[in-house]
Write a protein that binds this ligand. Sequence first.
Ligand SMILES: [Zn+2]
Length: 312
Amino acid sequence: MMPKKIMFGENAAKEFPYPKNSLVITTTTPDIYSKWLDYMSIKNYEVYDKVTPDPAIETVEGIKKQYEGKEIGAYIGLGGGSSMDVCKYLSKLTGVPKILIPTTFGTGAEMTTYAVISFDHKKKLLQDEAFLADAAIVDPYFLAGTPFNIMRNSACDAAAQASEGYDSKAGNPFTQFFCKEAFDILYDAIVNDKPNMLPYGAMLSGIGFGNASTTLGHALSYVFSNEGVPHGYALSSCTTVAHKFNKSPYYERFKKIAQKLKFEPLKLKQSLDQAADVIMPDRGHLDNNPIPVSKQDVIKCLEEIVNANPLA
Ligand SMILES: [Zn+2]
């Protein structure tokens, strides 16, 4: 599955024919998004800019209520994953079409059937065909001004998703085709300093892994995320060690990406045994790993992540 309409490349967001009475949903501030909306030359719209990171279901329901009875042509999710996730869930509730425009690039969320929404302060990964964008617009224009830290976390996530997705047991020649092409583009963009190619690589990665799955690297990463490490950062070491464990064809090149982005080694506050108990029930990732993973294997991987520097 992929969005009905995909526009990508320079000026894609400028040339898109936006429907009338669109509701732009964003996490950013007026000084930033007013420039973006000027660039997009969009007319007849309203902006909802009160979405916060890790959006809760209450936010989604609040927006639905606020705009009830108004005829909205489309929701436009403009920003990082949170803006897009809110649009996805809203559109499922109301049936209003959604246009997704990523500005940080990396999750590939504009291409997938996944959304992360919090219920009772707990993040939940949801999957629904109704979350697929009616149109996805991928334009490197929005990269300008992105801080290096956000850029490198996103780039690392995209590369991890493409390579884990390639190795996934849930994959097939079609998804592998996208994952392989995505990784080649991302590798070239990162190692040879061509940031304008990152959005296209992340987009292809979204189509590839979004129709397969990620695997051991992502499973290992969440115990670090739970202790506050950004997702892409956690993957730099976790996916490297997972690729080594899996004898992945992407081990060497993924490690080179993590080195180029200058990631530091990771630390873990909880014990490795405790962490392994958190990781083992994550069957969605572990069952799709190319080889079976035992609790002992997980502990060994964690040990390598925190005690040996896997990026050295
Ligand atoms: Zn990821």
